[in-house]
Design a protein around this ligand. Structure first.
Ligand code: TYD
Length: 217
């Protein structure tokens, strides 16, 4: 029979990267992926909303093409997340169970911070945390930048803005993220990284956190 640590070492780690729009998640995820691969590790990078048909409905709402109530949007994100976990083709569970690390760009913390403002936060949390199909990440790394810097980065990189991509909304969402992290307390492994520094400095911190997680088997 396998000892406890042997059985668990066969399972991949599930890491979520969170942050406001323009916090640098994409750049940092690519650097972490490169690091893991260069070390000979296996990693699967994914994102929410997904490219499923539900993800398409979500993107239409985010782009302002279709108007959705906050509860409706929360439920769409929830359905998309369940699909993201369990679908047998490229679901998160499949990779974790085969020993491959998964890095996910956004997860239920975004639902709490974005939808948990207009929809009841406890309801959104319960729907996600109470669903056994939805895996709890091994670590959530929150890339923290102030909203002015995000706004500047969004202006430099985008032509169109999604419904949440304005400074007022981003301020409320950032505050909400911290309230949510407080509320979650020790039930989740959440790490805050100051992402207002150089790409290299931020990446170094993320790699340290990744190594800590891997060595904590
Ligand atoms: P997108 O442009 O796909 O990616 P990003 O801005 O992260 O590079 O935008 C995703 C948007 O979806 C972003 O504004 C946050 C929002 N979102 C929610 O509101 N709730 C959620 O549960 C998730 C996963 C994302």
């Amino acid at each position: 029979m396998l000892k406890d640590n042997e059985s668990r070492s066969a399972v991949g780690k599930f890491i979520v990267i969170e942050g406001l729009d323009g916090s640098g998640k994409g750049t940092q995820i690519a650097l972490l992926e490169k690091y893991i691969k260069e070390k000979g590790g296996q990693v699967y990078v994914t994102a929410e909303p997904t490219v499923s048909s539900t993800g398409g409905m979500i993107r239409d709402a985010l782009g302002g093409l279709v108007q959705r109530d906050a509860y409706e949007l929360s439920a769409l994100f929830l359905a998309d997340r369940i699909f993201h976990n369990v679908n047998p083709h490229n679901g998160i569970r499949k990779y974790i169970d085969s020993g491959i690390d998964v890095i996910c760009d956004r997860y239920y913390y975004s639902s709490f911070a974005y939808q948990g403002i207009d929809a009841d936060l406890d309801w959104v949390m319960q729907m996600n945390l109470g669903c056994s199909d939805i895996l709890r990440p091994d670590m959530c790394i929150y890339l923290d930048v102030d909203t002015d810097l995000c706004d500047k980065r969004i202006s430099e990189n985008r032509f169109d803005r999604e419904i949440y991509e304005n400074n007022e909304a981003q301020k409320r969402i950032r505050k909400r993220f911290f309230e949510v992290f407080d509320k979650l307390g020790d039930t989740q492994n959440i790490r805050i990284v100051n992402a207002a520094r150089s790409v290299e400095e931020v990446s170094e911190d993320i790699i340290k956190l990744f190594e800590e997680l891997k060595n904590n088997n």
